[in-house]
Design a protein around this ligand. Structure first.
Ligand code: SF4
Length: 473
């Protein structure tokens, strides 16, 4: 009797996440191995009853859109970062079956370190590594697994090991580590190989279902498009050329001898986190949703050492105490060693989706490079506050810009280091955020709790700034 082909429940019948075009067809090229591998994973998820527990991670590569197809939790990640995201999800949700689906360019190149570290830690994730020896999505460039002599878009004369090294063998590399539970290399080149691949994929998912640890399945697959072959020729090439370099075999199966490892449940409620980080709940009161609050995005920038990040923190803390939804996003980097530092603060009456402030309502620029870099990002009706020692700058047409004698007033108060507090006093005095001045003063004093000698200086600076605003209103 002929077997009936059916779609696994774990694969969507209609790919609504594609956004409309060809909603029942995958985006993969005809003859590509990805479709077969997807089906094997979907069938295993069904048969093992793990769909509701499964989270599929798809980073950059031809399978970047795996979330169109799998009817389970999905997370799309940055290039090579699937092991880090998978680690986070696995550790946050101990019962999750976490699946990292990666190609060779992603896993064995930009993500090599993360792959090895996750394997070495024995993270509870199943990695399905699709090896077709080229970067498929970007046009068939040489990948870490490209065979010696193989012609690709970036090795037109064939991979030369003297220039480009030798193909990386991921199973063999991972097999050097102690922690992994299951490692196997399989192929989807023909029916006999697909049967073995099916078994290996199931085993990797069983290891996850049972909470036993890290499983790695390398799957030799064909990319007829980039190898510029017919489907049959590409299948023959996998069997004859690829499998010679990457022998299909099982490297390790410790699933019987390894005990399940269960982490204690993670508790994420506010009281637990406050206790964990020694936070006083009163210091961060719950913000009520208030549609009347106009959201304000602030960007503060200057040299490292000018108190840029501190000013952002003070603003954020003041807004927090005033019962606003608040975020503070610092930009770290070489600015910590004297370059240009910046941070973003958002103040809103409802939940903040992203802490990034691309177009600030208020830009505070404490030095020329910051002003020049960010002034064109400010909203047309935004306000630019910059130190008045910055001269001869062509401000954007129509900009509401105010040259503030921040450093000069700070020196008058006692130290040019209080220039950030001058800007705080100006923001308060001009009423730019709708937050009462007392919240700013309290947040400023709180900021100097550990440095009481600086309190007087900053109080004086704040007062000078307010006087200056009164004179220039
Ligand atoms: S480019 Fe290659 S790997 Fe990518 S979808 Fe097409 S055949 Fe598959």
């Amino acid at each position: 009797m002929a077997a009936t082909l059916t779609r696994p429940e774990s694969i969507n019948a209609v790919f609504t996440r594609k956004g409309g075009a060809a909603p029942t067809a995958t985006h993969y090229c005809p003859g590509c191995g990805h479709g077969v591998i997807h089906k094997l994973i979907g069938e295993a998820m069904d048969d093992l009853g793990i769909r509701e527990r499964s989270v599929m991670i798809s980073p950059v590569g031809c399978s970047v859109f795996a979330y169109y197809y799998f009817n389970c939790g999905n997370v799309q990640t940055a290039h090579g970062r699937a092991p880090a995201v998978a680690t986070g999800i696995s550790r946050a949700c101990d019962d999750a079956v976490v699946i990292s689906y990666q190609g060779d360019g992603d896993l064995a190149s930009i993500g090599l370190n993360e792959t090895l570290q996750a394997a070495n830690r024995g993270e509870k994730i199943a990695v399905f590594f699709v090896n077709n020896t080229v970067y498929g999505m970007t046009g068939g460039q040489m990948a870490p697994t490209t065979l010696t002599g193989e012609v690709t878009a970036t090795s037109p004369c064939g991979r030369d090991p003297r220039e480009a090294g030798y193909p990386i063998h991921m199973c063999e590399l991972i097999d050097q580590l102690q922690a992994p539970v299951f490692i196997e290399r399989v192929s989807v080149s023909d029916i006999a190989h697909i049967r073995k691949a099916r078994k290996a994929i199931r085993k990797a998912l069983e290891v996850q279902r049972d909470g036993k640890g890290y499983a790695f399945v390398e799957i030799l697959s064909n990319c007829p498009t980039n190898l510029k072959q017919t489907t049959q020729a590409s299948i023959d090439w996998v069997n004859n050329d690829m499998a010679g370099e990457f022998p299909v075999r099982q490297f390790r199966d410790r699933s019987e001898e390894v005990e399940a490892y269960r982490r204690s449940p993670r508790v994420w409620d506010k009281a637990t986190l406050d206790a964990l980080y020694d936070l006083d709940s009163k210091a961060a009161p719950d913000a009520p949703v208030d549609p009347s609050v106009k959201p304000v995005g602030i960007r503060i920038a200057g040299f490292g050492g000018q108190g840029v990040l501190s000013l952002g923190l003070i603003l954020a803390n003041a807004a927090c105490q005033a019962g606003r939804f608040t975020s503070w996003l610092p930009s770290y980097g070489p600015e910590q060693r004297g370059g240009t530092a910046n941070c973003s603060v958002q103040i809103a009456g409802d939940e903040i989706g992203s802490p990034v402030v691309a177009e600030p309502d208020i830009l505070v620029a404490l030095n020329r490079p910051s002003l020049e870099r960010f002034m064109r990002d400010a909203k047309p009706d935004g306000v630019i506050l910059y130190d008045d020692r910055i001269e001869d700058v062509e401000l954007p047409a129509g900009a509401k810009a105010l040259a503030v004698p921040a450093v000069r007033l700070a020196v008058e108060a006692g130290s040019e280091k209080a220039a950030n507090t001058i800007m705080l006093g100006v923001i308060s005095g001009l009423g730019l955020t709708g937050i009462d001045r007392q919240y700013y003063i309290d947040a400023m004093l709180e900021n100097f709790t550990d440095k009481p000698k600086l309190i007087q200086l900053n109080e004086a600076a704040f007062a000078l700034a307010e006087e200056w605003v009164q004179r220039h209103k």
